[in-house]
Ligand binder design. Sequence first.
Ligand SMILES: [Zn+2]
Length: 84
Amino acid sequence: MTEELNLVEIAKKHVLLLQSRKALKGRCPFHTDETTSLMIIPHTNMFKCFGCGAEGGPVEFLMRIENKSRNEIISRLAKQNFPA
Ligand SMILES: [Zn+2]
């Protein structure tokens, strides 16, 4: 289920993404970023920030953006995919 999450689609809602050679770059939402430290690599579905060291996949991105635990994110996503 979580493997199907598209990190680029999620990140686009929060960060203005600029295309660079192999990745997308943007201002990191997890620290005060004056440059574009955040890199999103579409083919691995991972992000990495060279400023604050944040990294991970779509679930980690949502955990940080929403300041929630992994379980909260996963159970919310499960509800979205399979509404009761
Ligand atoms: Zn950062």
